[in-house]
Design a protein around this ligand. Sequence first.
Ligand SMILES: NC(=O)C[C@H](N)C(=O)O
Length: 321
Amino acid sequence: MNHKKKILVLHTGGTISMAEDEQGNVSPNAQNPLNRLNLPSDQVEIVAEDIFNLPSPHITLEHMLLLKNRIIAACDGDFDGVVITHGTDTLEETAFFLDSTIQRGKPIVITGAMRSSNELGTDGIYNLKTAIRVVADNDSHDRGVLVVMNDEIHSARFVTKTHTTNVSTFQTPTHGPLGLLTKNKIFYFHRDSENQHLDITSVTGNVPIIKCYAGMNGEILDLLDPNRIDGLVIEALGAGNLPPSTVAPIERLLAHHVPIVLVSRCFNGIAEPVYDYEGGGSRLHHAGVLFAPEVNSQKARIKLIIGLNAKVKNLDDFMEN
Ligand SMILES: NC(=O)C[C@H](N)C(=O)O
């Protein structure tokens, strides 16, 4: 007889826990509608906790740290896996944070919804059910943190929110979903390599993100006080290039030992130091700018904060891998 899986479901809020009023305004509920979920008890035992009830734009790195500690305690205990429900706006950041701070092992899945609990075609209960199915599946072990929405399974490391309202918003631009669910089965197509993880105990640090654009001058960068920031992420052009007038302010920040990380503003692909012209990625890299090839700016920011809090010696290597 199969062992009955014991799964912890941690609700953090978001549209999945909200409802709309008669005017169509969506807001958090006092009563979490997800608690009406009815699962066959001979397959899984569910323990649900409302750890927070926040729209995901209210989620901070401190919330992510609390969540990480609760998940590690659950996995060290007698839970067979954890499902987290979360607002979709910052879901990829929480997923990436957890994937970067928790060792691979028991399945950890994050899900959310694009339509609140009483809207026509609501996807919340369905996504929660499929997330529980994925956690209960033996093949979901050792895959890192997974994002399950709309019958697809994605790696936290690569997934991103691509659409403001569509239920298929979560996509992996570089190589598609890791797997999918049908009515009765779960199929994994491939296994993503392991993300670096560091178990940190603090998340301090002020690391803003600046987006680059054609004709950008150095004025915004000049406004940054090196004593008030701990790092900077720049969404650069193409494979990782910047307009020439940004170079002098960048050199000034580097001289004050502010780590600067470049990612691409492109939706898809890998950033790397290639071009040898003023502002080109190769020259910037030589000057000390770091590259985060695989991740978008919001994930690079989280990665840099994790590296700084873990006091990583070689940040260049850490950000690049
Ligand atoms: N679909 C959602 O969950 C969006 C909502 N604004 C949130 O992130 O909390």
